[in-house]
Design a protein around this ligand. Structure first.
Ligand code: AHR
Length: 521
């Protein structure tokens, strides 16, 4: 009582969730969610939870790879053990490499054979630094094996030849007798890796060659024709370089001009960034935060509209939409190389991740793969390293919390209500997706992007009843909060106690700027 008299505000804040549940069920809530558990038909591919790692800044060198000679940093064949162990908890389904823009400058034969004999080149896109090619095809595929992730290799279309590309596929995948499989064996790998995902160039409209859509469609047709095994086995995915954000013409031309037998997927890139004012990654205003949220949420419209174009040519959704670059992009950290794209990662990034992954889940009939840019030390990274030290970011925690959705059955949702308003602008405050896993457990991921207000959410479950609810929450006092090498666990998930279940009705009190994942049994 003393406490209540002295600190009435703090008491009310703490007791609010409990008081809310004393209200009659019909009491007004800010957001209403309906989950149609009886209308499930599509599976959320685990490949939506893929990552992207480019020869850029300290992503590969220093991030993943320290070389076999490193005595200070524990490693397996040169690949950092701490990073691999952290990433294994994310169950990364696929990893895209070697770029990005770097891919269209990369000649894979430079990165095989004895390391001492590999030529050094200049990484012209990213800081003009020397690339010694010590991390090449074998090292990348070793990394994927250590992670348990499927490799996704992007071939060089911009400055490479059809023959180079076809030979790379043969080097990596061919089990019979050929000059390329002989070379692979000579380099120490007897059995092929059978890589399924192959990108046919990257951003062909920009750093990949500044092509028009019409020109690239023809170039693509030529490359795709000579990638062996594609049409026959049906297992290899040729992923066409896709549109940047709202370039719907690009998708239209590719869908129109590429025969369906030559293409398994088409890409899309979208960053939550204001190119005229990227701003600081960790010191930003609420107005800047709101603008990032607005740009992240554009993904909903982009996926829908590119999907509608694809539906016109491919109503059976045979061709997948692969969002193989997404995330937040800010100014580099002060004092770091501008070409290295090293940025901190805050609760704002956790919001981008939560909202974007919900969008992908809800569109899993067409979005069957995606890749966050980029895994370590670059852009919206899940892991940051500094010499021997390593930390995980708020985005890492969201990715880990969402592993429950991998390969689960999507439960369609409708969301109505809660608004987050800043100045003249307003956005939906709440984003939701839900799924049922193979064991029959249901998971709901909810994001409240409102920086200052908690949200009261009423969830109606149709076609399913549950007896228990538990959950985890990622929240922190400020939208700018983040982990540092000196304070590595400042932002981390904790047990969530703000959900109450009453048969098929759930009432959830979401803290400001939070990601919650509920488990219903
Ligand atoms: O992820 C960084 C860069 O962004 C990639 O290299 C390129 O594809 C995109 O423009």
């Amino acid at each position: 009582m003393q406490f209540l008299i002295r600190r009435p505000r703090r008491f009310l804040r703490a007791a609010l969730p409990a008081l809310l549940f004393l209200l009659p069920a019909a009491a007004a809530c800010q957001t209403r969610v309906v989950i149609n558990a009886d209308l499930a038909k599509d599976t959320i591919s685990r490949n939506i939870y893929g990552h992207f790692s480019e020869h850029l800044g300290r992503c590969i060198y220093g991030g993943y790879y320290v070389g076999e000679g490193s005595t200070k940093i524990p490693n397996k064949r040169g690949i950092r053990t701490d990073v691999v162990e952290a990433l294994k908890k994310l169950r990364i389904p696929n990893l895209r490499w070697p770029g990005g823009c770097f891919a269209d400058t990369y000649h894979w034969k430079d990165g095989i054979g004895p390391r001492a004999k590999r030529p050094a080149i200049v990484n012209s896109w990213w800081g003009g630094v020397t690339e010694d090619n010590s991390f090449g095809t074998h090292e990348f595929l070793d990394l994927c094996e250590q992670l348990g992730a499927e490799p996704y290799i992007t071939g060089n279309v911009g400055s490479g030849t059809v023959q180079d590309f076809a030979q790379w596929v043969q080097y990596v995948n061919f089990d019979g007798v050929s000059p390329m499989s002989a070379l692979r064996k000579e380099n120490g790998r007897e059995k092929p890796w059978n890589v399924r995902f192959w990108g046919v160039g990257n951003e062909a409209w920009g750093c990949g060659g500044n092509m028009t859509a019409e020109y690239y469609a023809n170039v693509y047709r030529t490359f795709a024709t000579f990638i062996p095994g594609a049409a026959g086995s049906g297992s290899l995915w040729r992923i066409a370089s896709g549109a940047g954000s709202a370039d719907f013409h690009w998708t239209e031309v590719l869908m129109r001009d590429i025969p369906q037998g030559l293409i398994e997927a088409i890409a899309l890139h979208h960053y939550a960034v204001d190119w005229n004012h990227k701003g600081s990654a960790a010191e930003f205003t609420e107005a800047e935060y709101f603008e990032t949220m607005r740009r992240a949420m554009q993904m909903e419209d982009l996926v829908q509209r590119h999907g509608t174009i694809m539906d016109m040519y491919d109503p059976k959704k045979r061709v997948a939409l692969v969002v193989d670059e997404w995330g937040g992009w800010y100014d580099v950290e002060p004092g770091t190389n501008p070409g290295f794209l090293y940025q901190q990662n805050t609760m704002r990034d956790a919001m981008i991740a939560g909202v974007t992954l919900n969008i992908f889940n809800n569109h899993c009939d067409r979005v069957r793969m995606a890749n966050l840019a980029q895994t370590v030390n670059v852009l919206q990274a899940v892991v940051l390293t500094e010499g021997e030290r390593m930390i995980v970011t708020p985005t890492y925690h969201v990715m880990e919390m969402y592993t429950v959705h991998h390969d689960a059955l999507l439960l369609p949702v409708s969301v109505q209500g809660g608004i987050y308003a800043v100045g003249e602008g307003s956005l939906p405050a709440i984003s939701v997706s839900a799924s049922r896993d193979r064991r029959g457990t249901t998971h709901i991921s909810l994001v409240n992007i409102d920086a200052g207000r908690s949200q009261d959410v009423a969830v109606e479950m149709r076609g399913a009843a549950f007896s228990s609810v538990s959950g985890r929450v990622l929240a922190s006092g400020r939208i700018q909060d983040h982990n540092t090498f000196d304070d590595p666990a400042r932002v981390k998930p904790t047990e969530f106690r703000g959900a109450r279940l009453d048969g098929t009705n759930l009432r959830v009190q979401l803290p400001p700027c939070s990601v919650v994942v509920l488990t219903l049994k």
